[in-house]
Design a protein around this ligand. Structure first.
Ligand code: AMP
Length: 427
């Protein structure tokens, strides 16, 4: 958020002082014009942005809607500015969003680089509006664009022979709930599959699911959950993957516990995952979300890596829209602080995953509040090895948690050490 330099900003005469709140709804008529006409540059691709829809249409769209329902449009009275229209106590309030040299503002006090930041701010708190922003009216522009984006992405799967007609899959029970929506069991060509579904039009989510699917298509290894294809119907988009009968590793560890799982089995999971990571390291892919919840077990209890929603090629630019999504307790400090992701930041996460495995699915740093974790780590704190954990595993964990990524072992070195250990167990 940018803060204006107060002195250079003048309250516009058509911006009446309010008695009840810091921001007053827009007057119906005005003759003033904004300084900038650069609307295109900051026109967001967002569900709540309706372009130059009229005040009358806006009022029709927002009439009788729940408090907090809103949209943003281009201002008709003040070309270059925008209007935030909001349903509140049976009325529709219109707030002018000024485009100034210091940024976009409703109240000449808080300034934002773009509309997305402004809307996020007023979603968190009303800050002078008659209500906090809650539910957007989704614009037709967005519907059309979302359809176009999805159609364009589907072309890739059609060309790769990975587009599955929805009639060819029989869907069964819900077997899980993920970030995108439900995960269902299905049958495709006589084989059990899992279908991760999302609604086509839920703000960009279907898009992300297709991006993940596209990323996974390029990866092929027996320790990675394989993609079978992508299915699209009028309502949903689905990523179809091999069915992993024993579900997520973390649930499995918690439900079986130390009485039903022995060290050999825990070590075998660790080896399976390290094999998958050696492959990812060799093809230059960084997973960025390696954790026991993102490892699945097949019918033979083989562990395979899944959930590539945050993964990327090591050479692609570091800044991306994933910022803020990374799991703090699993992510290396240099990745959290400076977005420096690498196979060595995956190695750090792998150490946390080892800790999860040998603690039978406990949540890491059990007694440290999430906001304090990085500070503790930078001061040298490290988790103790879980009770009963083999010494060599404990040494590997500590080696993966060096502050300097170069001091951490590579996945191939980790795998060799695990295999050495397994020979002692007769695996
Ligand atoms: P996700 O969205 O990948 O985090 O998946 C949520 C949950 O759905 C997981 O924890 C699993 O229980 C289940 N699940 C996801 N993918 C599969 C799969 N391929 N086979 C079986 N269960 C799955």
């Amino acid at each position: 958020m940018m803060h204006g330099s107060g002195s250079s900003l003048r309250l516009s005469t058509d911006f009446p002082a309010s008695t009840s709140s810091r921001i007053s709804p827009l007057p119906l008529e005005s003759t003033s014009r904004s300084s900038s006409n650069n609307v295109e540059a900051i026109r967001p691709h967002a569900p709540w942005f309706h372009g130059n829809v009229s005040r009358e249409t806006t009022e029709r769209l927002l009439n009788r809607r729940a408090d907090g329902t809103f949209l943003v449009r281009e201002s008709t009275n003040f070309p270059g500015d925008f209007t935030l229209s909001l349903a509140c106590q049976g009325k529709v309030e219109h707030y002018r969003i000024y485009q100034t040299a210091a940024g976009l503002t409703c109240d000449q006090e808080e300034f934002f680089a773009n509309l997305i930041q402004l809307v996020s701010h007023y979603k968190r708190e009303p800050d002078g509006l008659c209500h906090r922003l809650l539910t957007p009216i989704v614009s037709d522009l967005f519907h059309v664009a979302a359809h176009a984006d999805i159609e364009q992405k589907m072309a890739f799967f059609r060309a790769s022979g990975l587009s599955i007609p929805s009639a060819d899959i029989q869907l069964g029970d819900v077997i899980g709930h993920g970030e995108f929506g439900d995960v269902l069991m299905g049958v495709y060509r006589g084989q059990k599959v899992a279908v991760k579904r999302s609604k086509r039009l839920v703000g960009g989510v279907a898009d992300e699911l297709l991006d993940e699917a596209k990323f996974v298509v390029g990866l092929n290894h027996r320790r990675l959950v394989a993609i079978v294809g992508v299915v699209l119907d009028d309502v949903d988009v689905g990523m179809v993957t091999e069915y992993m009968a024993n579900g997520s590793l973390v649930d499995f560890l918690r439900s079986r516990g130390r009485h039903q799982l022995d060290r050999r089995q825990l070590l075998q999971f660790s080896i399976d995952i390290a094999e998958g990571m050696v492959y990812l390291e060799s093809v230059g892919v960084v997973h960025r979300d390696l954790a026991a919840r993102n490892v699945l077990l097949d019918a033979h209890f083989t562990a395979k890596i899944s959930d590539f929603g945050l993964a990327k090629d090591v050479n692609s630019p570091s800044g991306d829209s994933s910022a803020g999504k990374f799991p703090i307790k699993w992510t290396a400090p240099e990745a959290l602080r400076q977005s420096r992701f690498s196979s060595k930041s995956d190695v750090w996460s792998y150490g946390i995953l080892l800790w999860e495995i040998f603690s039978f699915g406990r949540v890491p740093y059990p007694r440290i509040p999430i906001q304090d974790v990085v500070r503790h780590i930078e001061r040298g704190y490290r988790m103790e090895a879980p009770e009963g954990c083999p010494q060599e595993i404990s040494r590997i964990m500590n080696d993966t948690w060096h502050l300097n990524p170069n001091d951490r072992p590579s996945f191939i070195q980790i795998l060799q050490r695990l295999i050495g250990l397994s020979q002692g167990y007769g695996l």
